[in-house]
Design a binder for this molecule. Structure first.
Ligand code: MIC
Ligand code: SF4
Length: 640
């Protein structure tokens, strides 16, 4: 039978289950990655499993998020990560070496392998034909311990690309077009596989931009074939031996199929405050802009920075605009330094930042009150920039460069012909001096823990009947940035669940943590696509610590739902979506006999003190039910 590329890679890694959409499957994980903001928890969990050395082919720990060191916390965490990596067989990418996804693509990714990363943008690896999936830190810890990764077999959405991008139109516009068509929930339960004659016209970094931001579709991952461009990319990285050609079989079928003619795309932006509010930039032409930020795991490759430099060359950033640049990796930084791109940027007045996530996760560069910012990033959720009143537009580097020059949103096609970028002809420096190999003698390594690293809270286990207050009712598309904000103030507390819990739902209702604790816990009610966005398991761990017992919504985003299960919060949905309207915040509720009913596969009910009895639904597998009832995956593993 003809297989598409997704099916081929999954079949080669299948440990259990049937590859029928909707069925639970388990796959072998070849590589893992973590970043610092999720990594400290992941390694504490790995440590708790008592496995001396990782069992994957390769595991890498990156430091790229918590790079502002306004107190001791982040630096302490970096030292913890460095020492625990050395001890347990994990490569360590030092702060300054770059953003995990960019560095992994350059230095470690391999076509046809599986990669599990504790960051939702792990699918960046799909740009070289890797099946790369984002997950919570605990799932990554299990993979490092040699366990398989469980997921619901997604549908495969084939996207046929035809034509070629016109001048000034970017790979970013391809994924913005996908978001315009499908929305932030259109990819849920799907792997997006690109194919067709248009693929060959896209560079590997361009493909990686597209698979990276496929996370914003809610997709499990996105995947490109591995072809001549992939071979050249790996050869440039001195890793040509890792290349193999990979593509769907001729005549292979997809569960769903759409087509994008690249030649018909125009420069676009995603308007505030959602990555799917996409329109051609010309609709917003003239909107005054006060900040332009180029970087993030979506758009921080050599070309992305070189095109900005080419637009600005010999000119100065508009007086109303602050332009910040984060090169995606040390390699990219060295390349722009050698080619003269860096000099052009500095001369034009760009504010050069380090190779890190930076403003993308609110680690500095919060915009001015009520101002507008154009960012080449992937998320523009309200408040994520660090400024609640900021208006953030997402765009490709061409649109960002035009805004930096003109001080307003401008269709870059109005700037005239596309300027030539400075070519890179130098030495990309493949020595990896900033990547440390694991220690030969683990017993000689002492793991250093700072005072901010607190032990993991333990779930008490699920009682026979759940009882509590409806603590909070929120609407559709609630992001993990709503549930557990990031940014310069909160991120340093990622290793300290009691402390970080004080910020749960800060952007929806800052009284939530105190109320939840005073009420002895309870329930959260949400709309559709609850928990979209980041993979941060803190959005489950901290609510668990505050006593949240179940979350009842219209529908869930994939990673967050898995994280809720992993930490013993039961993810339920309304059997009738309209029942959402019948649950008032503040009511007292019970879910009678939940443990017995779940085990027996019997229906559940939410019984309110208003007298209403609302039927609930779930699609938990028996394994997931056992995990929930044990109070999470760590308890469950201990029981096994
Ligand atoms: C993000 O982009 O939101 C993050 C920060 O990279 C997160 C991970 C985290 O919260 O640490 C992600 O996307 O998974
Ligand atoms: Fe870092 Fe932003 Fe990418 Fe998340 S989306 S990994 S914060 S650059």
């Amino acid at each position: 039978m003809e297989l598409n590329l997704t099916q081929k890679i999954l079949a080669a890694h299948l440990v259990s289950g049937e590859m029928t959409p909707g069925e639970e499957i388990a796959i072998r994980v070849d590589q893992t990655l973590t970043q610092d903001a999720t990594g400290t928890m992941a390694y504490l969990q790995f440590e708790a499993m008592g496995i001396p050395r990782v069992k994957t082919e390769l595991s890498v720990s990156y430091v790229d998020h918590n790079m502002l060191q306004t107190g001791f916390e982040n630096a302490d965490d970096h030292r913890f990560l460095q020492t625990i990596a050395a001890k347990h067989g994990i490569y360590f990418s030092r702060p300054g070496n770059g953003i995990c996804h960019q560095v992994h693509l350059e230095r470690f990714g391999v076509p046809g392998k599986t990669l599990l990363g504790s960051d939702s943008h792990t699918p960046t690896g799909g740009g070289i034909g890797m099946l790369a999936i984002g997950a919570g830190g605990l799932d990554v810890a299990v993979a490092m311990a040699g366990g398989p990764f469980y997921l619901t077999m997604p549908k495969v959405l084939g996207v046929k690309l035809t034509g070629a991008l016109p001048p000034w139109v970017a790979a970013k516009d391809v994924i913005l077009e996908m978001l315009r068509r499908l929305s932030v929930k259109g990819g849920v339960g799907r792997i997006v596989e690109y194919f067709g004659p248009g693929v060959a016209t896209l560079t590997v970094p361009g493909r990686a931009t597209i698979t990276n931001m496929g996370a914003e579709l809610g997709a499990t991952t996105s995947l490109f074939p591995s072809d001549a461009a992939t071979r050249d990319f790996l050869a440039f990285q001195g890793r040509g031996d890792r290349w193999q050609p990979l593509a769907a079989d001729p005549g292979a079928r997809y569960d769903e199929e759409i087509e994008i003619n690249l030649a018909e795309l125009v420069p676009m932006v995603a308007a505030p405050h959602s990555p799917d509010r996409v329109q051609p930039v010309e609709h917003f032409a003239g909107t005054a802009i006060q900040q332009v930020s180029v970087g993030s795991c979506t758009n921080s490759s050599y070309y992305d920075l070189a095109i900005v430099a080419a637009v600005l060359r010999g000119k100065t950033v508009h007086p109303d605009v602050s332009l910040t640049i984060n090169p995606g990796s040390k390699q990219v930084y060295e390349m722009i330094a050698q080619s003269g791109v860096l000099g052009d940027l500095i001369a034009a007045g760009a504010r050069m930042l380090e190779s890190s996530c930076g403003p993308c996760i609110g680690m500095g560069q919060a915009p001015a009150s009520g101002s507008a910012s154009v960012r080449t990033f992937n998320r523009n959720f309200e408040g994520r920039s660090g400024t609640m009143s900021a208006q953030v537009y997402l765009a490709g580097p061409e649109v960002a460069a035009a805004a930096a020059l003109m001080g307003q949103l401008t269709d870059p096609r109005d700037l005239g012909p596309l300027p030539a970028i400075r070519p890179f002809t130098g030495d990309p420096n493949l020595a990896d001096q900033m990547i440390e190999k694991p220690a030969d003698d683990p017993s000689a390594v002492e793991v250093v823990r700072g005072p901010n690293i607190k032990p993991l809270p333990i779930h008490p286990g699920v009682p026979a009947t759940l009882e509590g207050e409806i603590l909070l009712k929120v609407g559709d598309n609630i992001t993990t940035d709503h549930i557990m904000p990031a940014g310069a103030k909160v991120l340093p507390l990622r290793s300290n669940i009691p402390a970080i819990s004080a910020y749960v739902f800060e952007r929806c209702d800052p009284t939530f943590p105190a109320r939840a604790q005073a009420a002895g816990g309870g329930f959260v009610i949400g709309g559709a696509n609850y928990g979209q966005g980041s993979s941060r398991e803190h959005a489950a761990l901290a609510p668990m610590y505050l006593g949240v017992k179940a979350v009842i919504v219209k529908s869930f985003a994939r990673i967050h739902k898995a994280n809720l299960i992993n930490f013993g919060i039961i993810p339920l949905t309304f059997a009738e979506e309209t029942d959402y309207d019948r649950v008032p915040q503040g009511a007292t509720a019970t879910i009678p006999d939940i443990a017995a009913q779940l085990r027996a596969g019997e229906p559940l009910e939410l019984v309110l003190d208003t007298g209403a009895r609302l039927p609930l639904a779930h699609d938990l597998t028996p394994r997931q039910i056992a995990i929930c009832l044990a109070g999470g995956l760590l308890n469950y593993m201990r029981e096994q």
